[in-house]
Design a protein around this ligand. Structure first.
Ligand code: ZN
Length: 310
């Protein structure tokens, strides 16, 4: 099944306040909001997407802001850290920028030889910047962060599990290769692909179960080019015993979902049709887009959603 999956597609997490979420990802981190829409299953809740200029798969962090949600508790069975790639030599400037904006800097460390800066998002979620040489993906140049320091997209995610064997086997089926272990972290990576190509498994046998809430990652999506590749991947996953949903139309991609053995919700999403499906590239993320099945509720939805100031 190698070569079907090209890396990560998006990471979706929960937030409390849409305004602080928007400000953090667009101003502090300098990503572009590429879509402002609503949750398919709860259309009175926003679904905000942040990424590069066009929302290229492998760059897209998405959030469901539920204003009354309690904070999540980190634990086993979830993604506990999301990492973005930045150019070598930029972490010093980033540390200054984050400090000036009052961001909770947690630590600087090194993992598999790469320098990292770990900090908290607005809901306490662990985010990291990782210095990666030669990342050809262009950062969004239209935000407040100088382009040479901008985020190139995801480097990868870290999932905390009590046992990594079955998830490792699944990742191998999905085209990842185990590349090394450092302390509690075992790295799975793929060569080439879209650049968002690292999944680190942090094995903590005694970890309490994660509790979903604000700051929790809801799921991680892996990218396939198109629906034919998705169908092939789905067949392989079913053959391997995974319970996989049928393909679901998410307007900007087609998605299949399954619960990985360690408890993390996985998705496989298509690169097509992309975020410019219903807005021009210049307009991406500006107007509230409402999925067709909820279009008749537009007035009610617009009244219920808190406005977001750009
Ligand atoms: Zn998703």
């Amino acid at each position: 099944m190698r070569d079907l999956i090209t890396g990560l597609h998006h990471v979706t997490a929960m937030a409390a306040d849409p305004q602080s979420n928007n400000d953090f990802f667009t101003r502090t981190l300098g990503l572009r909001r590429v879509k402002k829409t609503v949750n398919f299953d709860a259309p009175d809740v926003y679904h905000l997407y942040y990424g590069d200029e066009t929302g290229t798969p492998g760059t897209v962090m998405t959030y469901f802001p539920f204003p009354d949600i309690a904070p999540g508790k980190r634990g086993a069975g979830e993604v506990v850290e999301t990492a973005f790639a930045v150019a070598p030599g930029t972490l010093g400037d980033w540390a200054g920028r984050l400090a000036a904006q009052g961001v909770d800097r947690r630590r600087s460390d090194e993992r598999f030889g790469a320098q990292r800066l770990v900090f908290a998002g607005p809901d306490g979620e662990a985010l990291a910047l990782v210095e990666v040489a030669g990342d050809a993906r262009a950062p969004f140049a239209g935000g407040p962060v100088p382009a040479e320091q901008g985020l190139h997209g995801f480097h990868g995610v870290t999932a905390r599990l009590r046992d990594g064997a079955a998830t490792g086997e699944l990742l191998r089926l999905m085209g990842f290769r185990e590349t090394g272990t450092e302390g509690a972290i075992t790295r799975y990576a793929m060569a080439g692909g879209n650049g968002a190509n690292v999944v680190d498994l942090e094995i903590v046998p005694q970890a309490p179960a994660a509790q979903l809430g604000a700051g929790s990652v809801h799921h991680v999506a892996f990218a396939v080019p198109d629906r034919a590749a998705q169908a092939q991947m789905r067949a392989a996953l079913v053959e391997a015993g995974q319970q996989v949903t049928p393909p679901i139309d998410r307007d900007y991609f087609w998605a299949i979902y399954f619960r990985s053995p360690g408890g993390v919700l996985f998705e496989v999403a298509t690169d097509e049709p992309g975020f410019a499906r219903d807005e021009t590239v210049a307009e991406l993320g500006t107007a509230l887009r409402i999925p067709a099945q909820h279009a008749h509720l537009r007035e009610r939805i617009e009244r219920a959603l808190p406005p977001i100031r750009d």
